[in-house]
Design a protein around this ligand. Structure first.
Ligand SMILES: C[S@@+](CC[C@H](N)C(=O)[O-])C[C@H]1O[C@@H](n2cnc3c(N)ncnc32)[C@H](O)[C@@H]1O
Length: 500
């Protein structure tokens, strides 16, 4: 019986034989030249069994595994092929000297299996050392990468090692991994221009096979004797689908979710003329946010706050703007500054009741953890500027996966502000905001965003991503260049006249 701690430490999810067989049948058709297989981190060895079954004339099968209990189980593996050499060894993957692999693992070899499902920070939490010893992995200094400043799946490190090994060789790799890991390995291959071809991803149902709620897939790649000119990776909906649902690609140093659509719209991938920004950050919602109950303002502690309207603004948070139908704001935010870093002491004179309220919660505000508050004026907020107070905004939630823009205007003659889970672009003119909203909510904009966004990632929408949408090019695709010029080029001319 393998203990639970060990299961976590070794990312131990043994592949059901049926799934291993399905994978083997698929991959051996693609790599007919394979004579040897290695199942690194082989556990109870179901990929060895499945490979032997799928490839009758296999010459050698290697299994490496750290856990001695599994090695014992695997010693009894049975097979009918007398010519087949089986080699099962207890090995720590991180200590393998890749220059010393035996001759039959130099060419015509397939690395197959299911590497551990655990991240370095999970290992850090349980004090495990099941990690690479020295690395400049992901361009971090060795210690930083190991000690968890960057969080990575150890399977990512393992697959990158294998990808680097098969690069330029007649060799292949096929592994069950989290989809996020497969994407990172693909990105590493592209960025480092490895000699690798025929990259494919087949989605699998991780819940059904491993009882885990995570997007997972079979990641396949083959070494190539030639340098690859372009890297693409078709994505199939399942192991048995014949046609890809989309093709992932690589452009300008970044992954692209759908390279075919992207190539048609890539001119849009430039720079947004109006910057996208995050909403206001205050890290103290119980003090700085209020709900209106009747005519009473209640803060997050359900205390009634007797403060005037002057520093209060109607607000939306992600859950409000992700709703299909945007309702009237029901919350208010206390915004103590109009620009980052300006002093807050004048509130004492300008709004004595607001000052008294802030004073009564000064301990909570002073104990905000983020270092940005350290040398800032007391009661500071961040992500604030003239743009926060412009009346018209195009907004989107950074937390939800439904990528839909909303256009919002002032509420009861005050600009609506957003919390820092939302992104926005702001405008003085309603007409201009409406025009840009028309551009951004078009099908072409949706197609472009879908082509660059991985919807299954934790936070698919980011400011960096939104800032890649060039409005002029979008207007061009929508045959709205004239209107674009009216709103944008005229602005430039006005500016020129003013600066003369
Ligand atoms: C997700 S399980 C998969 C096992 C097997 N390949 C399969 O598909 O059923 C991961 C395996 O990796 C092994 N493992 C974890 N860390 C390892 C390491 N550093 N070196 C070798 N094996 C390791 C675990 O003991 C476990 O058996």
């Amino acid at each position: 019986m393998i203990k639970t701690l060990k299961i976590t430490e070794f990312g131990d999810f043994q592949t059901p034989l049926k799934l291993a067989e399905q994978v083997s049948q698929l991959v051996f058709k693609s790599y007919p030249y394979v004579k040897s297989i290695v199942e690194p981190t082989c556990g109870t060895g179901n990929f060895i069994r499945a490979s032997i079954k799928a490839k009758g004339n296999l010459e050698s099968a290697y299994g490496w595994e750290i856990n001695p209990e599994y090695i014992k189980i695997l010693k009894d593996i049975s097979y009918n092929n007398k010519k087949l050499k089986i080699n099962i060894t207890q090995k720590n993957f991180f200590l393998i000297d890749w220059s010393l692999l035996p001759k039959d693992l130099k060419e015509s070899v397939l690395f197959i299996g299911n590497p551990p499902w655990v991240t370095n920070s999970e290992l850090g939490r349980i004090g495990s050392k099941n990690l690479p010893q020295k690395t400049n992995f992901q361009s971090h200094a060795g210690l930083e990468a190991i000690t968890g400043k960057s969080n990575f799946d150890i399977s990512e490190w393992m697959l990158i090692k294998i990808a680097e090994y098969i690069s330029g060789k007649k060799a292949a790799m096929s592994f069950l991994v989290k989809t996020s890991v497969a994407r990172k390995v693909f990105l590493h291959i592209c960025k480092n221009r490895l000699s690798i071809k025929n990259l494919n991803i087949y989605n699998i149902e991780a819940k059904k096979h491993f009882d885990v709620n995570v997007d997972a897939c079979l990641f396949c790649a083959e070494g190539s004797s030639e340098h690859s000119k372009e890297y693409v990776c078709p994505i199939y909906d399942s192991l048995s689908t014949r046609y890809p649902i989309k093709t992932m690609g690589y452009a300008n140093g970044k992954l692209v979710a759908d390279i075919n659509i992207y190539n048609m719209l890539k001119d849009i991938d430039s720079k947004s003329e109006i910057p996208w920004r995050s909403g206001i950050k205050h890290d103290c919602s119980k003090v700085m946010e209020f709900k209106l109950k009747g005519d009473k303002l209640l803060n997050g502690f359900q205390e009634e706050a007797d403060i005037p309207e002057d520093y209060l603004y109607p607000m939306y948070k992600s859950s409000h703007i992700a709703n299909d139908k945007l309702k009237e704001p029901v919350k208010y935010m206390l915004v103590t500054q109009r620009k980052i870093g300006v002093e807050t002491d004048s509130i004492r004179i300008l709004s004595p009741k607001t000052w008294a309220y802030l004073q009564s919660h000064k301990k909570k505000l002073a104990s905000r953890k983020s270092s940005i508050y350290k040398n800032a004026p007391r009661f500071s907020v961040f992500g604030v500027g003239d743009y926060s107070f412009q009346p018209w905004k195009i907004v989107i939630s950074g937390m939800y996966k439904n990528i839909k823009f909303k256009l919002i205007g002032p509420f009861k003659e005050k600009p609506v502000v957003l919390d820092d889970t939302c992104y926005m672009m702001s405008f003085e003119s309603e007409e201009k905001a409406e025009f840009v909203y028309k551009l951004l909510s078009s099908k072409i904009a949706g197609d472009f965003i879908d082509s660059i966004v991985f919807k299954d990632s934790k936070r698919p929408v980011t400011v960096a991503l939104l800032n890649r949408i060039n409005l002029k090019r979008l207007a061009y695709h929508l045959e709205l260049t004239e209107e674009y010029n009216f709103f944008f080029e005229n602005d430039k001319q006005k500016q020129l006249i003013l600066t003369r």
